[in-house]
Design a protein around this ligand. Sequence first.
Ligand code: ATP
Length: 589
Amino acid sequence: MEYSILAEVFQKMESTTKRLELTQFLVELFEKTPHEVVSKIVYLIQGKLRPDFEGIELGVAEKLAMKAISKSSGIAIKKIQEAYTKDGDMGHAAAVILEQKTQTTFLMESITVERVYETLFKIAKLEGSGSQDMKIKYISSLLNDASPLEASFILKILLGTLRLGIAENTVMDALAITYSGDKQNRKLLQNAYNVSSDLGKVAETIAVEGIEGIKKFKISLFNPIRPMLADRVKSEKEVIEKMGNEFAIEYKLDGERVQIHIAGERIELFSRSLEKISDYYPDITEKMPKIIQADDAILEAEIVAINENTGDFLPFQELMHRRRKYKIEKAVTEYPITVNFFDVLYCNGKDCTELNYNERRRKLESIVKQNEFAKFIPMTIAKNENDIEEFFENSINAGSEGLMLKMLDKPYQAGSRGSHWLKLKREYRNELGDSLDLVVVGGFFGKGRRTGSYGTLLLSTYDENTDTFPSICKVGTGFTDDSLDQLYQILNPKTTIKKNPRINSEMEADVWFEPELVIEVVASEITLSPIHKVAKDEIRKGTGLALRFPKFTGKIRLEKTAEDASTDEEVISLYKGQNKAVRDKNLIQ
Ligand code: ATP
């Protein structure tokens, strides 16, 4: 397939933010796409080469890209740098430069999607000495044969700056329309995506086998399943209202969620955001084969750091010491953990997600052999508020965050947040100020003690409907010297020259970041705001919502992606709940 077809669609998509138009452009693209290329196209439009969980990163730096442009065009790097600084977009700057190419290439081969994809793949796989030169060679060979438009989009993919403004939902809408003629089939595609986390595989299945293939789509080992999530509740009373008179309650441990895939000798661990984390936990991969008594299985557990002497649970932060590439063996002994199982999604060749909670828990207990390292999350069956209250006290005393409440007769719903699972945390109970997970989108340089770091951060929620990040507050309190330092290290590589178009903010930050990092924040109140963009026009026309007196709790939520951050709906519901609480209090007084 000619790469020019893809580049032209990219250009059209960049010129609009309207979801219907974007969907239509994608439909036109898929109609021109041969079945064997469709998965590659789906990865490329998301700026990827493979699904996220495979961890294949292009990792090309701007400097290297400039060298490649220079090699291909014969134009000095200094000039390229100037054009880039003026434009702010390397892809676009390259297109302008290549228009004035001084070196003429006589043998222009037309480039195909397959060639671009394979070359990018080779670049991603290169490492070690000499790899930089090889990367330059590969990139410039593509640029030699590319038109300026094609070159600009090759560079955007390489540098990770392709911004088409499409979320996975839009891609699935377009796939459903193209290959089944009915947008409603998006739901079936969503199910397939939820159990595979691989949009390319879903696209190939519907293209080759049609909607029937999607209906038969199955869980595969080593393809992570998107996790089932819980709604929050604020009181025992609310739990009873939502769950009825018999349900399971489990400790909500404050650790890292892990999905363990095991088949014979092979074992792989995935985080809540479906990143491969096997390397951080060699103790788990080593011990599991003896603990899990099944030919193959997919299990869910919470990894919790413990105090080796007392066996007490330690807070989530302790696990961050495991997130390192080197000297992991030392971290394993210094920061011991336990693995606390709570679900089974697949076992001995069979999908278990269709089973109800009771059946899954029984199966889990039948295949996991408990010991000091591997345990079941404490669970009991509750019937009333007292039962919850009592278990809640026990769980807090044991060092957990609160409770998870689960309906007994419900299956595992991959990828969905709903009321079949609820969470009741200590901080939610009867409080106005709640904790929120927010995306860091901008920074303001610090003064005094904070010179050389970002003293204040601009934060956003995630708006699922528009796939954007509306601003909610600036936060400048709650930071220690250590956390400022750590945040600077993480955020500095995420700075961008121009604000990412998915960031919705009227405020001008000193620096903009790619919306990726999530941090936890508490606040005293949610107020109406003329500046911030969360839930704009929802409560009052022309007004959004903002946090009053926000404070960083110290938790950097590396296990969450920006799309897992608190949503506008959550903020609206907190705002409404808070106003109700104030009204109730005034009535009582
Ligand atoms: P939070 O910010 O509260 O950790 P979340 O968005 O990561 O929430 P939720 O489904 O809303 O996910 O809350 C459940 C989280 O709590 C899980 O992701 C998991 O890490 C953790 N957890 C601890 N104990 C349990 C348990 N018994 N069952 C399920 N999840 C548990």
